[in-house]
Write a protein that binds this ligand. Structure first.
Ligand code: FE2
Length: 364
């Protein structure tokens, strides 16, 4: 097998540019059970922006707002609303990651830099991906601070109970009509990923809309990026709705893994997280479709959790409604019990649920 020219150790963090990071941080703490761990802003000598770092399991979210009208952050929020700016990848060698991807055609955002403070040093560089989204490479083996140099330890102001979120399972991008293959090729050629799965509009279509999706995965399979594009349907597809409201391609959803989805979802529901509702009829004959599962079916039905099976096992999943007013970014909660797939058997039920929401928004 060919040497992996871009070995990745995992998702380092996901950074959102948002209108009001202070309030977003409160939302993710209170509802999703993330712990506030670090902060940078005026109090730490940063004049133009504020960032809150939240952690649960291995998942680190960074919420950043501009404090001034004219900045890259405020432009991003103006165009896209609250959304994902950075999918940061944890690497052993930032220089090499940058060099290997740039030499294969990546567009540079930031050349390798060394950031230092009293806790040590971190190397960072970044490249563009779809839309205004970027990948940052982070090398942190010589760093012992709470997040990155310049950030101070920040403690939560109120008790926060985790909900069992453990790691980022996958991050999905929506791109424009006819652009999916271009971005799949980018991940293959520039970042050394391989194509794992393809779904066409026959797999993913409802009465109204269709989409196509391909999943790319890196060498050790830690990083999985499904890429969606709209396919022609009778009405506006959910991907077109996203692209219209996001103002272009961007991150559609982040799937967060748990090892007890019943507990995680009932906790999230009790804290006010809105999930897509699935009609009772989905659960009729579910046992016949997925075979024996360990979970109690009435409990899954009660929480609207979906089940799918592949050759290697099964998975349980559920999707939130968008977490901001624009119908853009949402979350998936997933528990894998052997299955390495993405819930193809649930696409129809899921897209019909999304279309009911689109219709309520007047966008179908
Ligand atoms: Fe997903």
């Amino acid at each position: 097998m060919e040497q992996d020219f871009l070995p990745l150790k995992g998702t380092d963090h996901v950074e959102f540019y948002v209108g009001n990071a202070k309030q977003s941080a409160h939302y993710y703490q209170h509802t999703f059970g993330f712990q506030l761990i670090a902060y940078s802003g005026p109090e730490t000598g940063v004049r133009s922006m504020a960032s809150y770092v939240l952690q649960q399991g291995k998942v680190r979210l960074v919420l950043t707002s501009s404090l001034i009208p004219n900045s890259e952050i405020s432009d991003h929020v103006k165009s896209h609303g609250d959304g994902v700016k950075v999918l940061a990848l944890w690497v052993d060698d930032v220089e090499k990651s940058y060099r290997e991807t740039i030499s294969r055609g990546a567009v540079s955002v930031m050349e390798p830099q060394v950031l230092k403070d009293e806790h040590g040093q971190v190397k960072v560089s970044s490249i563009k991906t779809y839309g205004d989204t970027i990948h940052k490479f982070i090398e942190r083996s010589n760093y012992h601070g709470p997040f990155l140099p310049g950030f101070i330890i920040m403690k939560p102001q109120f008790p926060v109970t985790p909900v069992g979120i453990q790691y980022v399972d996958h991050c999905v991008g929506n791109v424009g009509l006819g652009e999916m293959d271009k971005w799949v090729k980018f991940y293959q050629d520039v970042m050394g990923f391989r194509l794992l799965l393809t779904f066409d509009d026959k797999d993913i279509s409802t009465e109204y809309s269709a989409l196509m999706s391909k999943v790319v995965v890196n060498g050790n399979s830690y990083i999985k990026f499904p890429i969606n594009e709209p396919a022609p349907g009778k009405k506006k597809s959910q991907i077109e709705e996203y692209i219209e409201y996001y103002g272009g391609p961007g991150v559609q959803h982040i799937a967060l893994a748990t090892d007890d989805i019943l507990k995680t979802v009932s906790e999230l529901r009790s804290r006010g997280v809105d999930f897509l509702s699935i009609p009772d009829v989905y659960y009729d004959g579910l046992k016949d479709r997925v075979g024996t599962i360990e979970e109690d079916l009435p409990a899954l039905k009660d929480l609207n959790i979906l089940v799918d099976r592949d050759d290697e096992g099964y998975l349980l999943q559920i999707f939130t409604k968008p977490v901001q007013d624009r119908p853009t970014v949402f979350y998936e909660i997933i528990q894998r019990k052997g299955a390495k797939s993405f819930g193809k058997g649930n696409f129809k039920a899921l897209f019909e649920a999304i279309e009911r929401e689109q219709a309520l928004r007047g966008n179908l």
